[in-house]
Design a protein around this ligand. Structure first.
Ligand code: BDR
Ligand code: CA
Length: 342
């Protein structure tokens, strides 16, 4: 069983990561924090709570709203890809002010919200129990502001973190500039802080996530309760979750086409983070030194991956070490079987 904390900015593909985190049997989801990114922090917090309810997360899995802006940079959102509220076009989710969604927010006894990093620290400390319990995988599918704050405010809890797994960056390619990927570009300083932490980090770059495309064939399987999958077992005929997820895919497919001219279907970037925690054997990966370009005129936000080991590094995690396991490929068919099973 993997103990997991998830930090998200839903976001269509974040929604699929949440769905998997709620359904995978070898994942124990301790809590979910939200962060600015695809939409404002208010929207991503509400979307997280709406998704947890719709995806039948256990009732003790709560939402902890986090940072509303990057550490240093101006805030950026992505309405072109995710709509103004982060989950454009998605049907079947409860509204943010419904009692069941409001009940998903973690609150103190005085009714005030518990902040992301406080929730993260408490859950991780409780799981770790001074070394007698479990380490926790901290998974990030948005800008890494909350994770960087957690690293900076709670250094004594780093021993309780098994790994930081993040969707972000690219090996020589970007999606929001020639070389910068959205999550890293939004808060590059935060990403560097996380990469410098004395903890194993795992990067799932866009080179890999762009192979996990929801083709129309996969989308049909998701939609149809009658198509057999998983060695002939028939899907459950309940269609609500199917139609909600189908609307996630349709909207995301549409914006990928209108923004990037990409018409094969949307890449499910963020779902690969939770898949890595659950099934690392689906991935080929290698450890390198990774840093973030913070100042380049043309390259700000690029993840710089030292594939030839030019920078002599030791084998520690952190600021002098080969600090990051970089995913190089994923077994796409197995990933989609797992998604459909969820
Ligand atoms: C990342 O940016 C967002 O659009 C997605 O949710 C994903 O986390 C891909 O670059
Ligand atoms: Ca995201």
């Amino acid at each position: 069983l993997k103990y997991v904390w998830l930090d998200v900015d839903p976001g269509h593909d974040d929604a699929t990561a949440l769905m998997m985190a709620c359904q995978l049997e070898n994942i124990k989801l301790l809590g979910v924090s939200s962060v600015h990114g695809n939409a404002s922090a208010d929207c991503t917090a509400n979307n997280t709570a709406r998704c947890l309810h719709a995806f039948a997360a256990p009732s003790d899995v709560l939402v902890y709203p986090g940072a509303c802006k990057p550490l240093l940079r101006p805030t950026k959102h992505d309405p072109e890809i995710h709509g103004e509220d982060g989950l454009g076009g998605v049907v079947g989710l409860p509204s943010a002010d419904s009692p069941e969604v409001q009940a998903r927010f973690a609150r103190k006894v005085d009714g005030s919200l518990i902040h992301a990093i406080e929730g993260m620290a408490t859950a991780i400390k409780d799981a770790w129990r001074n070394g007698t319990g479990h380490q926790v995988s901290v998974v990030s599918s948005g800008p890494m502001t909350n994770i960087a704050l957690f690293v900076s405010v709670y250094p004594s809890l780093m021993e309780a973190v098994e790994q930081f797994v993040f969707m972000g960056g690219g090996v020589g390619v970007g999606n929001r500039s020639a070389v910068a990927e959205f999550n890293i570009m939004c808060d590059p300083e935060a990403a560097q802080i996380v990469l410098d932490a004395p903890v194993k980090t795992v990067m799932i770059p866009i080179n890999v996530t762009h192979t996990a495309i929801v083709t129309s064939a996969i989308h049909s399987r998701l939609r149809s309760p009658h198509l057999p999958f998983l060695d002939g077992v028939l899907a459950h005929p309940s269609t609500n979750l199917r139609s909600t997820l189908s609307s996630v895919i349709s909207f995301f497919a549409g914006t990928y086409k209108s923004t990037f001219g990409f018409d094969q279907g949307p890449p499910l970037h963020d779902a690969l983070t939770i898949t890595y925690v659950s099934h690392p054997e689906f991935f080929r990966a290698q450890r390198f030194r990774v840093d973030v370009e913070l100042h380049g005129k043309h390259t700000a936000g690029e993840t710089v991956i030292d594939v030839w080991n030019y920078r002599v590094c030791d084998d520690s995690w952190g600021s002098n070490g080969k600090n990051c396991v970089v995913a190089q490929s994923v077994q796409v068919d197995q990933f989609f079987e797992l998604l459909l099973e969820c």
